[in-house]
Structure formats: structure tokens, C-alpha cells
Write a protein that binds this ligand. Sequence first.
Ligand SMILES: Cc1ncc(COP(=O)(O)O)c(C=O)c1O
Length: 372
Amino acid sequence: MQQNLRIPGPTPIPPAVAEAMARPMINHRGPEFAAIIARVSEGLQHFFQTTQPVLGFPSSGSGAMEAAIVNSFSPGDEVLSVTCGAFGNRLAKIAETFGLKVTRHAVEWGHAADPEAVAQALAAIPNARGVLLTHNETSTGITNDIQALARVIRQRRPDALILVDVVSSLGCIDLRMDEWDLDVVFTGSQKGWMVPPGLAMIGVSQRAWAATERATLPRSYWDFRAARKSLEKGQTPYTPPVSIYFGLDVSLPMMRAEGRDAIFARHLAGGTLVRERARTMGLRLFADPAFASNTVTAIDVPEGVDGKALTKAMRENEGVVIAGGQEHLEGRIIRIGHLGYFSEADLTACMDALERQLTALGHRVPTGAAGA
Ligand SMILES: Cc1ncc(COP(=O)(O)O)c(C=O)c1O
């Protein structure tokens, strides 16, 4: 039975991408790779909505988080970190690890950051050099209004660097790097890009390039300057994940053919479907509905049901793989991914399976539920 992989990354990949990735290796310092990286970079710029070069580092998203910090700041720099869940906390922790003075503005899990509250928090740090944001908090299923947050931050600190984790949102939910004046924007290949894990992709604004020159945090592998210099020659400083580039060379044109707005609309429809079906089953959504994510939905495990038994039953009895909660939410919520390569049928099949397995585990689904 083919699995219906419904975790918020890694995500399923289209057969044409899998086929492209099975191609024999090529010289990563040769003209063929230079042509591929040029096409991929141009495709990424379209989805980052930037005219700046998009850098690629062989790593998962967390590598990009570290790269963003070490290229932007110097030891002792003060930053405001707006955290809404596990991934916001991870970024704050990385900044602390590298000796930044981090003030955390911690938002209750399941909620989005309020721009006015962020503005107030920023007012208390007159020397703030940067603000760390998460666009889509995958651990709770909320999407922050980055446009509104960036606006209030810019009003108060025109020169501060705005770093945005867009790991589980870019290419799925609208985010305009240049128009919204964002500085370092980073994602990972295993999320909305319809390719496997292995490549971190980072957009860097002109303001951030200037900061990179001044920043004194130690960096070697993650140096943005080396990556840009290599990109100009159609290369990467170190051996790239060549197969991921083969995959992106197919998936990005597929995404372009579907169209940016159509992709955002498909994700909105996917999120709406999952949320509606969950409500119809009498389930409570974990995230504030006004900021519900269109790439991942977090659902409270109903009273009397064992969350771990539910994910196990989904996998073993239905071939549907969903995620559990992280940290203190382990066993308390389930998370369903709807990003990248998915169809309405995949989501309907997932929710039908969820309804069957919840019923089997003793949850009473209200009569008249869609799949009942
Ligand atoms: C919002 C967000 N940030 C960062 C990461 C870390 O990425 P990775 O697991 O690829 O290191 C993830 C992974 O799920 C994520 O969802």
C-alpha cells in the first residue's frame, strides 16, 4: 500500500521529480550544472519574490537558521525574538548559542504574534539590531502576518534586520521578500518545493548583505559571501546535493506552470478542507482560527483518545502518516500536513481515515459528519 504521507515535511514528490532525481551524476563544476543552478535560482527568486540572488546550502532548514544568524550579527548584538512555538524557540536558542543578547517575546502556543505587542517589545530594546520571526509555526499550525509585523518593525527600527523563518510556508503561502522589506528569508527543500530534504535556500536583502560584511560572528561553511561568489560562477562553494537540483529543475517549472496565485489558492482550499472536516467530526482546532496555517493543521486529540495510539492506527491500519505534537504537546495534538504536492483527494482520504480510526478508538463523531 502506498503511504499517504501527511506530515508537514518531508512531503511527497511528483513522479517526474523522482525520475529526474534518478539521473546519473554530473560534474558539479561543469557547464551542465551551471545551467541547472541558473534556472533553479531564477525559479527560486520568483517564489521568494525577490530580485536578490537566492543562496543554496546543502543542509536541512536548521542549517539555514544558523547561517542567517552568523551572517547577520556580531557577538553581543541585541535582537528581539518573536516565538510562537518550537521553531521560534529554536531560532532564539541558536542566536543565544552564538552569543547574541536575545529578548524573547513569547506568544502563547496556538496564537499568532500581535504587531502592536511586538512594537512595544521592540520599544524596550533601543539598540536592537534585528528581529527574528517565524512565518509559519509548524509546531502549532499558525501563520503570522509578516507583512503587518514587518511594517511596525520598520516604522520603529528602519535599520534593523528582519530575519524570517519561512521553512514551512514559502512556495505555499504568499510572502513577498522585497515588497515587505524582509532581510534574511530561509526555507528547506523538503517542504513546499516538492523535492526531498537536503537543500536550504536563503534570500538575502541588500541591507543584509551590508550587515554580512560588518558581522563578526565566526562562520566558515555558512559564509553567504562565498556562496554568492560561487553562484555567480554557476557553482556552490562545496559539493551541492546535485540530485536535489535535478529535482528542483523539474518541480520549479511545474510550480511556475501552476502559477503562484493558483498554488496559494490550492493551499488555502487544502487548509479549509482539513479544518472543516475536523470541525464536522467534533474536533477542536488547536490554532487560533484567524491565523490558521494553510500548510499544516494542528488538531486537539479528543478526550479519552490516546494520541500516540491514533497516529499508530492511522499508519498501520490506513497507510496514512500524520504527525504528533512536539514538546509539551506530544500526545495532545495531531498535525496534518497539506503542503507541496497534494490533491484534494489525498486530504479527503486522510480525513476519512481519521474519522474511521477515531471512531474505532472510541471518539463519538457527530452524526451527519462528511465521511460518516
Ligand atoms: C518552521 C520551521 N523552521 C525550521 C525547521 C527546521 O528545519 P529542519 O527540520 O529541516 O532542520 C522546520 C522543520 O520542520 C520548520 O517547520
